[in-house]
Structure formats: C-alpha cells, structure tokens
Design a protein around this ligand. Structure first.
Ligand code: UT7
Length: 306
C-alpha cells in the first residue's frame, strides 16, 4: 500500500536569541558558534503543545483536510508540557481531533521513530487511513542558559506532516537503533537541564548515523547516488558534513534549517522537510533519506519514495 505525505506545517516561537545575544551573557562568540556548529540563532520561549497545535493546523491546511479526517495523532517530543497526560492529548483537543493520540519519546530520533510507527500502523489491518505526525520540542525549557556547551545548540520549534493512503509515495526501508549504554553522555533529569559530553556525542553520532544510512540504503537496494534529498537531524553542520563525506553523498543534497533554528530535537527533521518542500525539491518519485540521532543514544533512518 502506498502512503504519501500530503501536507507539511511548521511553527516557530517569535522570540529569537542570536549568537551575539548569547555572547553578551557567556564566554562565546558568533564566530565560534558558526564555525563549530553552523548555528546563527534559535527560537525560544515555546510551549510544546502550543507549537504542535499551530504546526498541526498548518499541516491540515496544506493537505486540505479537517480535524475529522485524521484517524490518529502521534506527537514526537522530549519536552512534554506535563508528566501526564501525554501532550498529544492536549494537542488532540486543541486541534479539535477525536482520534487516538500518543507521544513518542526518542528525543532527536523521535520523528523517524514516529514516522516508522505511523507507517506500520497504517499498514495494519483496520489501521488508520490518515495520521497527523508532529515533532515539537521546547528545548529552551531544559537548557541551562549559563552553560555554553549546550546553550549555543538548542532551540524551540515544531513541524507536522499528514500521512495518508494514496496510490503514490512509499517507505522503501527503515533502520532504527539504540544503545542505552550511552545514556551518561547525553541526558536530562526530571526538573533538570540538558547534560552533554559534546565531543563524545559528536563522535558517536557520526559513526551511528553513517552506519544507519549504510544499513537503510542496503535494505532498500539503493546506493548513495540514488538519493535525491537528504533530511538530516539538525544538530551541528559539521556532523552533517562528516556523515555526508563518510557515505559519499554531496552536501548539496541536504536541506538544512539549523542556521536559524539550532537543534529543535523532534522538530528538526520535519522542519528540514518543510525547507526541502519550499526549495521545490520534493517531487513525486524523489528518493528522500531522513536520519536522526540523539540521547539514548537512539538513532533512526528511513528512505522513502515521495
Ligand atoms: O541531538 C544530539 C545533540 N547533541 C549534539 O549533536 C552535540 C554534538 N557535539 C557538538 O556539536 C560539539 O561537540 C559542540 C558544538 C558542543 C562543541 O564543539 P567541539 O568542536 O566539540 O568543541 P570542544 O568541546 O572540543 O571544545 C573546543 C574548545 C575548548 O577550548 P580549549 O580547551 O581548546 O581551549 C572549549 O573550551 O572550544 C571551547 N568551547 C567554546 N568556546 C566558545 C566550548 N564551547 C564553546 C563555546 N564558545 N560555546
């Protein structure tokens, strides 16, 4: 059965913190952050449910659908509004949906885990015909704004896609992985801030993503040359460059937003997807590779024919 993405919507909070703003309150500089991470600014003061509702409404509009058309809502987030209920319930109500709803927490790999979960459920007997899949994270709420090792990297945002059964569009393969032994290098306790060993995460991420991309392309029977569009997790431009170099895909095939958003965790890949769409890069038949990684560590790649 074919499943296509028929609408994409985004939401970013109004408040922007630039690198220069950060350099006024900590020992850093615009030059350093751009050179070491490729980030120029990030949006802050977002609320996960509010951004998700805005992005979801925009995706429904883009797909020309209403709340009654959606059979399932999946929200990928690591910054839920409350411990419970799941923030997806708040988003379900805010969008006027009546379908089932649940959260996925695979941190920065969340959107890929959510996409694969939605795809699998749509293929199950009596599965949903249309799924609203949203990535939304308010990373500014768990960022220590005195820690230059993390404050420079993260930001808030949301992006949503409508997935629906159709005669065209399909997932060709996926590869999901996790290594819980690496929990100590990137975590956030309840009521705490992001704790990260940046250099270690960087090295592990490059290796894990390159391997995952190799796996997913092999499963799909494709070579790097077959890939038209790459939607990488937006964490650090140097990680994206290193992975592209390892797997032999030119950077020109990647679509990136991190210069203006920083790392928005679960929202990062769908924000990059929205950028690719705006760039006119997503045509029927386009081979799209998305790959995310983050705390867990958890990672996931999927390759789809648009
Ligand atoms: O979704 C997953 C989330 N996490 C990630 O993807 C993060 C992965 N890691 C990274 O992106 C990078 O490790 C960072 C951007 C966090 C750091 O870049 P780096 O090239 O690994 O820098 P480093 O930690 O090795 O530090 C190099 C130097 C050090 O100074 P010395 O010891 O060489 O004198 C740091 O003290 O840069 C210094 N430094 C900074 N200087 C200015 C570290 N952070 C900063 C800063 N501004 N913000």
């Amino acid at each position: 059965m074919a499943i296509r993405i028929s609408g994409i919507g985004t939401a970013l909070p109004d408040k922007i913190v630039t690198n220069d703003d950060l350099s006024e309150v900590m020992d850093t500089s615009d030059e350093w952050i751009r050179a070491r991470a490729g980030i120029g600014a990030r949006h802050v003061d977002g609320v996960t449910s509010e951004m998700a509702i805005e992005a979801g409404a925009n995706a429904l509009k883009a797909a020309d659908l209403g709340p009654d058309d959606i059979d399932l809502l999946i929200l990928c987030t690591t910054t839920p509004d409350q411990r419970f209920p799941a923030t997806s319930a708040v988003v379900q109500s805010g969008l006027g949906l009546t379908c089932g709803a649940f959260d996925v927490n695979a941190v920065c790999a969340g959107f890929t885990y959510g996409y694969v979960s939605a795809y699998g459920m749509m293929n199950a007997p009596t599965g949903p015909d249309r799924v609203l899949l949203i990535g939304s994270d308010a990373m500014s709420t768990i960022t220590d704004w005195t820690d230059r090792g993390t404050a420079i990297l993260f930001g808030d945002g949301a992006a949503a896609v409508v997935m629906e059964k159709h005669e065209q569009g399909e997932m060709l393969a996926f590869d999901l992985g996790a290594d819980g032994n690496l929990q100590p290098i990137l975590y956030c306790d309840h009521d705490g801030f992001i704790q990260m060993e940046g250099r270690e995460v960087f090295k592990k991420a490059v290796r894990a993503v390159a391997q995952s991309v190799e796996n997913v392309l092999a499963k799909a029977g494709l070579t790097p040359d077959d890939v038209d569009v790459v939607l990488p997790h937006q964490a650090n431009i140097r990680i994206i460059e290193a992975v592209c170099q390892r797997i032999g895909i030119p950077m020109s095939k990647t679509h990136n937003v991190l210069e203006t958003t920083g790392n928005t965790s679960g929202a990062s890949i769908p924000l990059a997807m929205a950028k690719a769409e705006a760039d006119g890069a997503l045509e029927p038949g386009t081979i799209v590779l998305m790959s995310g990684f983050g705390a867990g560590m958890a990672w996931g790649s999927a390759v789809l024919r648009w």
